[in-house]
Design a protein around this ligand. Structure first.
Ligand SMILES: Nc1ncnc2c1ncn2[C@@H]1O[C@H](COP(=O)(O)OP(=O)(O)OP(=O)(O)O)[C@@H](O)[C@H]1O
Ligand SMILES: [Mg+2]
Length: 223
């Protein structure tokens, strides 16, 4: 099984975009695919299609109904807040051990040539409860990490900060994916070059805006 935990330098950077496109690509290649977006805040049950889980289900060509949602996104909350706060608004907490078990057991059920995506929430230090952040979650799930970053002004510092934080926790991404932001001050390749100089040995990949199928195929081939 090849599986990736998709995290980012922050929210709205492109985790779902990258995940959905990779899933679609692998599906078209005939591979068995699975996805989890286990924790989702800002969820509106009347607009499933607009949610991250909805977009992943669409990419997988899976039914976009409550059954599908329950499978790939068991912990859904209405408030558009960090998951700990969104859960608290509903008098709930996220059962961290169960969250990790769910991710591990789905990974364990995948066939050898299958592809699994687990999308995190926001960035690497988003709180899940009073004791755990996405960082512990990634470590406990233990599958390769894709760190999605942008190409906006400021991304180099955000990316290096995320890499340094991961290193402190004994983690390194399988790859950094620079997903082109709506506005970039320099060509994406230049951002990639500078990042590589400051984070030597890191696999740095790029994805243009409105990526074509060929761009996704190229990205998948480099993973
Ligand atoms: N390369 C791209 N080309 C065009 N649109 C993109 C690209 N990357 C992201 N977007 C769009 O930018 C918005 C934010 O991306 P996305 O939802 O993937 O971010 P995210 O990191 O998953 O956010 P969240 O933290 O809410 O899960 C979406 O509308 C998405 O379709
Ligand atoms: Mg998302």
């Amino acid at each position: 099984m090849t599986g990736y935990f998709v995290t980012a330098t922050g929210t709205d950077i492109g985790k779902t975009y990258v995940s959905a496109n990779l899933l679609r690509h692998w599906r078209r290649d005939g591979l068995a695919i699975a996805a989890l977006k286990p924790v989702m805040s800002g969820f509106d049950p009347n607009a499933i299609g607009a949610s991250d889980a909805g977009q992943l289900l669409l990419a997988m060509d899976a039914p976009m109904d409550k059954g599908g949602l329950n499978l790939i996104s068991p912990w859904r909350f209405a408030a558009p807040l960090s998951p700990d706060m969104a859960a608290a608004r509903e008098g709930k907490t996220i059962p961290y051990d169960k969250l990790v078990d769910t991710c591990r057991s789905v990974a364990g059920m995948m066939p050898d040539d299958g592809r699994l995506i687990i999308e995190g929430v926001g960035g690497v230090f988003v709180p899940l409860d009073d004791r755990h952040t996405v960082m512990e979650w990634m470590k406990d799930v233990g599958i390769p990490i894709l760190l999605v970053t942008g190409s906006y002004l400021g991304t180099i510092s955000h990316t290096l900060a995320a890499l340094a934080a991961m290193k402190l926790h004994g983690l390194a991404p399988h790859a950094v994916i620079i997903n082109e932001s709506p506005v970039s001050p320099v060509p994406i390749a230049e951002t990639a070059d500078v990042l590589l100089r400051h984070a030597p040995g890191t696999r740095i990949l790029t994805l243009p805006r409105n990526a074509a199928a060929a761009d996704i195929a190229a990205l998948a081939a480099q993973l």
